[in-house]
Design a binder for this molecule. Structure first.
Ligand code: AGP
Length: 619
């Protein structure tokens, strides 16, 4: 995720752009930039690495003059977070300026085509390729290119034609020096909203960037393009058909707008998981195969075992991932806690692939494990959400989650991203080793690709989980139990409850309760059992009966359509059917919501729980 703003009006553009970017920093903050055009066509571009404050400092006292411009605050997906890769980007002429949020899947092919045409590129970004592509279309139009030309403005038509060649996700705002009163915005799978003012109009990734200037807004839908001028806005489909769109009035205050109307970032980030999972998977599954070009440089032939290392929630993802690697790639795989691994004198060598998972890429114990793995000549892969983080600078290669900044201390979307990337890794290894039947691989890839829709459907009805959660807001302790790939789900569910509600909770392998912990059960110690469809469903039902026999309340997580479970559990939360191997991804979502609603009922500070930090950079 990145933050984009655009302004076309009568006031100085730079302060408006910087203020808008400030309101969008929650969308990304590893570099920032603005480009401003004055009525005489004088263009000024300023960019800075790091947070927005660095750009503001750079502009202090000499902000670019002009009444039209664009701004961008970046969350890198392609190319390190530095000044060169910071947006805005330009084409070869320097006359076309562009900011972009999203992932252009076919950027490599487009870049090669542009290079063939003699284009040089200053950055590593997919965005710059689009600026050059627009320039090629613009030059062709000015040279008299014929063909269907539905948009009256030459530059807008050039943008339209260029976007018709793009595959992937984008929200773009662009302008051309020769048309100093015109912005062109467009979107596909990434958000962009229009703000309507008096002789001034705005474009932004999200509503917070508009609220200081207007509460009149207009949506732009996927596959649409907007021509924005000080005096008005015209929307078109990407096929050039005009669109009539009614404005709406924004009623949120600023704080609510930054959370998209949710009361907490944690709940917002739970609800944005479908879209973030789409971003995470985008371009990585095609024609029944997994594409992870980041791994092409590894020598997988010499890999005889896999060690996955992480802390906290990321460790739970490793436990899920190791099961899939062993099941599909038939490689011995183990998951280890970072703070233990680094002191355990682990047996790793040049036949070991060490996978380090870290949302922040800065966790000290995970980094120390990475350094140890390198010393032992293992090949190393980092799975992280932050481009340019420390872990990416020391691992042999990195695979990014692409779920955007995770503001809440408690992990949510990053966990689903970690599980999904590890599932892709397991499938990739199986694919490279020729060890997976095509139909099983196809089933798993299909399940991964439909997972965002399934989660979206689940999130449309959260009142039941809220109602059940409120019943348990004042218990002293809670057991979670799961089997197989859902043992880590039980651990993660317990961690979420502990982290944000401060209720003691423990996750167990379901079959383990009878080996001691069951002694604790009584009517005041409820148990959440993950009982979704699996080969061990009957055994889980037996475990539930053991728990009930001790008088404990049972909340079951079950597969839609399972009517038997209601005979065994006091409360049932349903999830859509998915293959057991991938069920931890969707099964986690009700547990996140359960923890959230318990914490709310207890009046806890959900986004900044006591004693915790978002990234544990100390040992
Ligand atoms: C999870 O909700 C916590 N925020 C914590 O356990 C976290 O997963 C752990 O500290 C690891 O952080 P990392 O993924 O940034 O390395």
């Amino acid at each position: 995720m990145c933050g984009i703003v655009g302004y076309a009006g009568h006031r100085a553009a730079t302060p408006i752009l910087l203020d808008g970017l400030k309101r969008l920093e929650y969308r990304g903050y590893d570099s920032a930039g603005v480009a401003v055009l004055d009525p005489e066509g004088c263009l000024a571009i300023a960019k800075a690495e790091g947070k927005l404050s660095r750009l503001v400092e750079r502009l202090d006292g000499h902000q670019p003059i002009g009444v039209l411009g664009v701004g961008h605050t970046r969350w890198a997906t392609h190319g390190a977070p530095n000044t060169v890769n910071a947006h805005p980007h330009t084409d070869s002429s320097g006359d076309i300026v562009l900011v972009h949020n999203g992932i252009i899947e076919n950027y490599a092919a487009l870049r090669a085509e542009m290079a063939e045409r003699g284009h040089d590129f200053a950055s590593e970004t997919d965005t710059e390729v689009l600026a050059h592509l627009i320039g090629v279309e613009y030059d062709a139009l000015r040279a008299g290119a014929n063909g269907f030309r539905p948009l009256p403005h030459l530059f807008a038509e050039a943008v339209r034609r260029a976007l018709k060649r793009v595959e992937g996700a984008y929200a773009v705002v662009a302008f051309h020096r020769d048309e100093p009163n015109l912005l062109v915005g467009a979107r596909q799978f990434s958000p962009l909203v229009i703000g309507l003012g008096q002789d001034e109009n705005f474009l932004a990734s999200d509503i917070p960037a508009l609220l200081a200037y207007t509460r009149q807004a207009m949506t732009l839908e996927d596959g649409e393009l907007a021509v924005v001028q000080p005096g008005g806005v015209q929307v078109y489909t990407l096929d050039g058909q005009p669109v009539v769109r009614q404005p709406f009035t924004v009623t949120w205050d600023l704080a609510a707008a930054e959370k998209s109307g949710f009361p907490h970032f944690f709940l917002k980030e739970i609800h944005e998981q479908p879209d973030r999972l789409r971003d995470c998977l985008r371009g990585r599954i095609t024609e029944g195969r997994v594409l992870l070009p980041e791994l092409d440089g590894l020598d997988l032939r010499r890999v005889k075992r896999v060690r996955l290392v992480a802390c906290g929630t990321a460790y739970h993802a490793c436990l899920m991932g190791r099961t899939l690697i062993e099941r599909w790639a038939r490689l011995p795989a183990e998951a280890a806690i970072g703070s233990e691994f680094r002191y355990a004198e682990p047996m790793i060598d040049d036949h070991t692939l060490v996978v380090l998972v870290s949302q922040s890429g800065e966790t000290a114990d995970t980094l120390a494990s990475l350094y140890l793995a390198r010393e032992q000549a293992a090949q190393t892969v980092a799975i992280t959400n932050v481009v340019g983080s420390t872990i990416t600078r020391y691992a042999d290669t990195s695979v990014y989650l692409r779920v955007g900044p995770e503001i809440s201390v408690a992990a949510s979307k990053s966990y689903l991203g970690q599980q999904s990337v590890l599932a892709l890794l397991a499938l990739y290894l199986a694919q490279q080793r020729g060890l997976m039947e095509a139909d099983e691989a196809a089933e798993m890839l299909e399940a991964l690709q439909t997972m965002p829709d399934e989660i979206e459907a689940l999130l449309a009805h959260t009142d039941r989980v809220e109602g059940v959660a409120r019943r348990f807001a004042h218990v002293r302790s809670f057991f979670y139990m799961g089997r197989g790939p859902n043992h880590p789900t039980a651990l993660e569910g317990a961690l979420k409850l502990k982290e944000i509600s401060y209720i003691h909770a423990e996750g167990y392998a379901s079959g383990e309760l009878k080996h001691g912990p069951i002694a604790m059960l009584d009517p005041d110690l409820p148990c959440l059992a993950i009982a979704t469809r699996s080969a061990t469903y009957a055994k889980t039902v037996s475990n539930i009966q053991e728990v009930r026999a001790r008088g404990a309340q049972v909340v079951a997580l079950a597969t839609e359509g399972d009517t038997e479970i209601a005979r065994h559990a006091h409360h049932v939360l349903y999830v859509p059917a998915t293959p057991e191997a991938l069920s931890p991804i969707i099964n986690t979502v009700p547990l996140q919501l359960f923890a959230y609603y318990v914490a709310i009922a207890r009046g806890c500070d959900v986004d900044q729980p006591r004693n915790l930090a978002k990234s544990v950079t100390v040992e």
